[in-house]
Write a protein of this length. Structure first.
Length: 427
């Protein structure tokens, strides 16, 4: 596996568009969780911690399936791995249909896990592809382009799903208010009907994912797995026998864990937090979109500024610093001002992934695929951190629970200052 491959400018642009489409799919499926969490909390009558199992079921697959995904890609190649990933995601979306018909939360969680299993395979193939589509120095810029695709989809997805399940913006608030006044039978009828509204949207999602898999299979996207794995960064890298001989990669996986944790917590909890601060669901439902739109602005900044005006490392330093500032502000302030502090976390969170990835992947040579899988495993932060947040939220309140963000940002600060170069003297 080479560190970069030279394509003609036209081909490079075409391939970036194809991969960008896949990142749009990543975002659309991943950020549906932001609205599924409060939706399931109502439809299945859950506590905050129980509702956060949505994030756990989704992101835990990155830990379980990352290394198997790397093995599959070694056998099938990047392109076939992407196709298989899309079709597995379609199978997960299909599980939502019986889950919605039965209002079975456990089946919903299974569907989310299967969707994320396909997504893990898809991302394990796509992320290193972006890294090698040009010089390593501009990899963060290309990742930022992918980030825009991801977050545009994420900003659209929750609103699109909500519009599909309810045409009346006040309906969810009315149902929540009316629920305690109904008999048990009436409550179950209302909640069953609410869950069943997910059937049509997820039939549509299944069809879209199956179709995309077919289209990717028919594209001219080259299979990079066919490239000979002989170009190493230097002789020392060629002598390495294990991923654990790359400390900057191991620390990079921890940094990904922290980065995904703060990103998921900001987007997936903000609707619930907005309601805690006194906002109606009619208004609160937009805050996940606001957070993602702020991330898009930051991604666009990254596209033009990294690495021309600011290095990948300094971008990460900036992200961690303002993350700490906005977290403390959110915990001190109240009302909508505090909610907006959480939304503004997107400003720094957007640059974390594209900054960490090339820093952690640099110089891996033949370990690029396995290294990619290890970094993908770091996404399990999105599974673990929401559960701790949910526990803190139920035990104290949603505002105090945001203290969980601080150690994550502090580790990112460490990685940006010294962790990224750990062991590189011997590479």
């Amino acid at each position: 596996m080479v560190d970069s491959i030279n394509f003609t400018e036209g081909k490079q642009s075409r391939y970036i568009v194809i991969i960008g489409t896949l990142f749009f799919v990543f975002g659309f499926v991943s950020w549906l969780n932001a609205v599924l969490i409060p939706y399931f909390k109502l439809a299945c009558q859950l506590t905050t911690q129980q509702a956060m199992l949505v994030a756990f079921a989704f992101y835990i697959s990155y830990l379980i399936m990352a290394l198997p995904s790397s093995y599959i890609i070694k056998k099938t190649g990047y392109k076939n791995g992407m196709v298989l990933g899309l079709w597995i995601m379609a199978a997960g979306a299909l599980i939502f249909i019986p889950a919605a018909a039965a209002r079975a939360y456990s089946l919903f969680l299974l569907g989310l896990f299967v969707q994320a299993t396909g997504l893990t395979l898809l991302q394990t193939a796509a992320n290193p592809y972006v890294t090698i589509l040009g010089p390593i120095e501009s990899a963060a810029m290309r990742m930022s382009v992918m980030g825009v695709c991801n977050k545009v989809a994420g900003a659209i997805a929750p609103l699109l799903l909500l519009s599909a399940v309810s045409k009346d913006p006040d309906e969810i608030d009315r149902l929540s208010a009316a629920l305690p006044t109904l008999s048990i039978i009436q409550q179950n009828q209302m909640l069953d009907e609410l869950a069943a509204r997910l059937i049509v949207p997820y039939i549509a999602l299944t069809i879209v994912l199956l179709t995309l898999g077919i289209l990717i299979r028919l594209t001219s996207l080259p299979d990079i797995a066919d490239e000979p794995e002989i170009d190493f960064t230097d002789d020392q890298t060629a002598k390495k026998t294990s991923l654990f001989q790359f400390p900057h990669l191991i620390l990079g996986a921890v940094a990904i864990f922290c980065g995904v944790s703060v990103e998921v917590l900001a987007v997936d909890t903000i609707i619930n937090y907005s309601e805690f601060q006194g906002t109606s669901f009619k208004e609160a439902k937009f805050f996940s979109t606001y957070t993602l739109l702020i991330m898009i602005i930051s991604y666009i900044f990254g596209i033009f500024a990294i690495p021309k005006f600011i290095s990948q490392r300094r971008a990460l330093l900036f992200s961690a610093g303002i993350g700490i500032l906005f977290t403390i502000s959110a915990m001190i302030l109240t009302g909508k001002t505090s909610v907006w502090m959480i939304a503004l976390l997107g400003l720094g969170n957007a640059l974390i992934w594209p900054a960490i990835w090339p820093l952690a992947m640099q110089g891996l040579g033949k370990f690029t695929k396995s290294g990619s899988a290890l970094l993908i495993m770091g996404i399990v932060g999105g599974a673990v951190s929401p559960l701790f947040y949910g526990q803190l939220s139920d035990s104290f309140n949603p505002q105090i629970a945001y203290i969980l963000l601080l150690p994550f940002y502090l580790f990112l600060l460490y990685y940006a200052t010294s962790g990224y170069k750990a062991g590189k003297a011997t590479i």
